[in-house]
Design a protein around this ligand. Structure first.
Ligand code: SME
Length: 137
């Protein structure tokens, strides 16, 4: 629909803004949950193409956040066993759930090419971004 297209354009603009303005945000994208099939589906993103457009709940960092409803900061992806590698250049990751009316409808996922760049300031900032994004739903 038109409103869906309009929203996706705005989500893509958010991804671009974050990717262009924060040096260590090297891949920025949104995944959205299908609660019936218990899968995450890739939405708008900026960065390298990924094969992981559908991720089952529980799998990888993203899938774990779909179930935990909590931020997940990964300083070093090599130290994670439940991790889905998209690119060998990725060293760290942050995933912050997106809540609409208290329901976890998806998440923002950011990959970085440097080790351990994410601080609590990133968590607070991305929570704020997601609160703004939630208003589009
Ligand atoms: N690394 C993620 C998969 C998505 S890619 O980072 C775009 C994970 O382990 O869930």
């Amino acid at each position: 629909t038109d409103s869906q297209k309009n929203r996706d354009e705005k989500l893509l603009a958010v991804c671009k803004l974050l990717n262009e303005n924060v040096e260590y945000y090297n891949w920025v994208g949104f995944y959205f949950a299908n609660h019936d099939t218990k899968t995450l589906h890739l939405g708008p993103y900026v960065g390298a193409e990924t094969d992981h457009t559908v991720i089952p709940f529980g799998k990888g960092i993203c899938g774990q956040v779909a179930e935990s409803n909590a931020n997940f900061v990964v300083p070093d992806v090599k130290a994670q066993d439940n991790y889905i590698a998209c690119s060998l250049t990725v060293k760290s990751e942050i995933v912050v759930p997106l809540f609409v009316n208290g329901v976890n409808i998806g998440q923002i996922d950011i990959d970085s090419h440097v080790i351990d760049p994410f601080t609590e300031a990133d968590e607070r900032f991305l929570e704020f971004v997601n609160q703004e994004v939630a208003k589009l739903f």
